[in-house]
Design a binder for this molecule. Structure first.
Ligand code: ZN
Length: 81
């Protein structure tokens, strides 16, 4: 069974710490809520070179979500926005 990684859409969960992995059959329906706290979750795309924090849709959304937004200014250099 593939291993899926989920994180809470918002808030925090004492049971899953806001992020958890589950082994589920491919045929299982999409998990939409944390099994422990019933808060909405989203599936993280896992892959070989996928960063743990997915690229945000927009800087504003990212800031609202509490991300620190970094702009790449040079190779290996990032500017805090
Ligand atoms: Zn939870």
């Amino acid at each position: 069974m593939p291993l899926y990684e989920y994180e809470l859409c918002d808030g925090n969960c004492a049971a899953c710490s806001g992020k958890f992995t589950l082994r589920r059959p491919v045929s299982a329906p999409e998990l939409t809520a944390c099994p422990a706290c019933r808060k909405p979750v989203r599936k993280l795309i896992s892959g070989f070179n996928t960063p743990s924090i997915m690229k945000p849709l927009s800087i504003t959304d990212a800031k609202k979500a509490g991300f620190t937004v970094l702009k790449r200014v040079n190779k290996g250099e990032y500017e805090r926005q």
